[in-house]
Design a binder for this molecule. Structure first.
Ligand SMILES: Nc1ncnc2c1ncn2[C@@H]1O[C@H](COP(=O)(O)OP(=O)(O)OP(=O)(O)O)[C@@H](O)[C@H]1O
Ligand SMILES: N[C@@H](Cc1ccc(O)cc1)C(=O)O
Length: 338
């Protein structure tokens, strides 16, 4: 039986049976990150905490710092030195969050001839149409390879990373499923280990998702105003929350999503909504389900919800802010703080 902890925030597992079997051995899993900049709630607290859940269940977890992939994807204008600094910074942030996995840089894999053999073998078994469709794993649309065809190589590399590290488990948000499905389809054909794919929910942009595809409307560091970063100051968090989209509906409400997938999933058992005595005094909500019910019935004002969520985020993220204040050399070198 899979525990609640291991399944929280997981949208799909392919397949559950393979996952249960893998956990009986000493499975090796990974999640890949482009060390391309700052860490937001999605990467830090949804993915980061899932890495920890898997480690707590005996999975040898690797955080793969995809420096070469970030170069292909034009992060820091393709400046590999800055990308490496950003990777070192991410390690520090994860450690401050209490997440201490093993780290492997893509640079270690690409230095081997056998790695490039895998890239070619994967490409030989993949149609151009399928690899173009897979470009959403790098936050790009199909036609973005028209002017820069190096982008076509990226999905082949991501699949080859999985094969090269002989992984049992590949973790990522729902936006990574094209890579994992391709790896699963090709594993048997090419004689490599077939990974179990675990996909987490995607936190929506603070601006709201509307009817957009969840992968396109996700909280992302590349989309201005969409994200709360784990190192945001108290003022940043309050300002962003104030502006956040918070409709009366539950569906597609980014503030409720943070309450559900970050706060109640990992950090709190009750949410206290501070309210003046004349409006009934503080409201104590004992579960996410209760919050959804009260909010859905219009019994809780969006502004009160936003304030309560902001208060909790400020408290949870305090260790990260303390860490950054003491270790600001990389953010300074990268020009994030002056
Ligand atoms: N909003 C989100 N909610 C949950 N997980 C996310 C979210 N955004 C990204 N992830 C996951 O975090 C991992 C790292 O993603 P990535 O580095 O692309 O994040 P990002 O900040 O959105 O980057 P970029 O904006 O440059 O595409 C991936 O597994 C991805 O699925
Ligand atoms: N495509 C992932 C990063 C990644 C790179 C290489 C991998 O092997 C895995 C993941 C992202 O954009 O977040």
């Amino acid at each position: 039986m899979l525990s609640w902890e291991i399944m929280r925030n997981v949208e799909e597992v392919i397949t559950l049976e393979e996952f249960e079997n893998a956990l009986k051995g000493n499975p090796k899993g990974y999640v890949g990150l482009e060390p391309s900049g700052r860490v937001h709630l999605g990467t830090g607290l949804i993915i980061g905490n899932k890495v920890k859940d898997l480690m707590d269940n005996g999975v040898d977890m690797i955080v793969f710092l995809a420096d070469w992939h970030a170069m292909i994807n034009d992060k820091f204008g393709g400046d590999i030195e800055k990308i490496r600094l950003a990777g070192e910074y991410m390690k520090g942030v994860f450690s401050a969050l209490g997440i201490r996995p093993r780290y492997i840089w893509a640079d270690e894999l690409v230095s081997k001839k056998e790695y490039w053999e895998k890239v070619i073998r994967v490409a030989k078994k993949t149609t151009l149409k399928r690899v173009k469709r897979a470009m959403t794993i790098m936050g790009r649309k199909e036609d973005e390879a028209e002017l820069d065809s190096s982008k076509i190589i990226y999905p082949f590399m991501q699949v080859s990373d999985i094969f090269d590290m002989e992984l049992d488990i590949a973790l990522g948000g729902m936006d990574q499923r094209h890579a994992h499905m391709l790896a699963r389809d090709l594993a048997d054909k090419l004689g490599y280990k077939k990974p179990v794919a675990i996909h987490t929910v995607l936190l929506a942009s603070l601006k709201g998702a509307g009817r957009m595809d969840p992968a396109e409307a996700k909280m992302s560091k590349s989309k201005e105003g969409s994200a709360i970063f784990v190192e945001d100051t108290e003022d940043d968090i309050r300002r962003k929350m104030k502006k956040a989209f918070c409709p009366p509906e539950i569906e597609g409400n980014p503030v409720l999503q943070i309450a559900k997938h970050v706060l109640f999933a990992y950090y709190i058992e009750k949410l206290v909504i501070p309210r003046p005595e004349k409006w009934g005094g503080d409201l104590v909500i004992n579960s996410y389900e209760e919050l959804e019910k009260i909010y859905g019935e219009g019994e809780l004002h969006p502004m009160d919800l936003k304030n309560a969520v902001a208060n909790e985020l400020i408290r949870i993220l305090k260790p990260i802010r303390d860490y950054i204040e003491k270790n600001d050399d990389i953010p300074r070198a990268l020009g994030w703080i002056k």
